[in-house]
Design a protein around this ligand. Sequence first.
Ligand code: F6R
Length: 260
Amino acid sequence: MEVVVVPVAEAARLAADAVEAVLRTRQRPVLGLATGSSPLALYDELARRHADEGLSFAHARGFLLDEYVGLPPGDPERYRAVVGRELVARTDLPPDAVLGPDGDAADLPAACAAYERAIADAGGVDLQVLGIGTDGHVGFNEPGSSLASRTRVKTLAEQTRRDNARFFGDDPAAVPAHVLTQGLATIRDARHLVLLAAGPAKAAAVAQLVEGPVSARWPATVLQLHPHVTVLVDEAAAARLELAEHYRATWRGKPAWQGL
Ligand code: F6R
């Protein structure tokens, strides 16, 4: 696991470099797309590179990490809509090349199984963008999630509903209680995981992710078992890392050719 402590704008540029490398080297690049606040600066940077530098997403496919259950069609907080606004509308990523788990399905378990098949049929995810919840979730794998889980229905933790209330008129009760999320094993199947975190509210979860024991209590800790994880954090989110100085020295000494 590589930990890079940099300001948010620099984190966005580094993550965009990794996405750009995938787009330029893979014939059918597959991106895993998170929502929430953490990837917004990355999506801004990707949109800028598309507009200014001609970076093309035309041959790419995108798979959402998760989706709410029960939001009405047309609700702007559906994750499909969020990615539509933040990335699809600002690049040449074809709208029908982006899939998410179907939170409208009458048979949710069947929709989850179909989603797993769709990811596998696309050849798996090359680069998965991730955020982290204040309670240590990735995707919406809340504490207690099986470390071997696949895409399924989950109940959001009260903490997560409070954290996400800012997207729902500051009313935690308006945040859907249920979601479909890629499982922790699904996420681990992606070839490169790039996790973005900023701000003091993330410091405890980031410390567990990087330095804690692997445990369902802090689901993100399962990423320690993945061979290629990049954690891009600002100073505030890095504040509780015991080995922060070592991570900084490692990053300073890293040869430029290595990339992320
Ligand atoms: C979003 C997702 C979540 C968020 C996490 C952090 O698709 O899967 O795990 O990444 O809740 O959210 P923000 O970035 O809003 O702090």
